[in-house]
Design a protein around this ligand. Structure first.
Ligand code: SF4
Ligand code: SF4
Length: 68
């Protein structure tokens, strides 16, 4: 099963992953991280294909794509 792990503390809310996910699975969370950004979260993890596009485009290395 494909899954992505988001490091909330590394995310700066730049929205690149939001734009690039071919399945549009990302949304912003409503809780600030300790740097004052709203990090992204995944809406429907079961829809994730594991393509890892999100992990590739993230400039802050906040996303890890895993296959379980
Ligand atoms: S691995 Fe692919 S489908 Fe899954 S969240 Fe990232 S970009 Fe979207
Ligand atoms: S690309 Fe990285 S830093 Fe930008 S919103 Fe997505 S997880 Fe956060």
């Amino acid at each position: 099963m494909a899954e992505v792990i988001i490091d909330r503390e590394r995310c700066k809310g730049c929205l690149l992953c939001v734009s690039f996910c071919p399945k549009q699975l990302f949304t912003l969370s409503d809780k600030l991280n300790s740097s004052g950004y709203y990090p992204v979260k995944i809406k429907e993890m079961k829809e994730c294909s594991g393509c890892a596009v999100c992990a590739t485009v993230c400039p802050d290395v906040a996303i890890t794509a895993v296959d379980r």
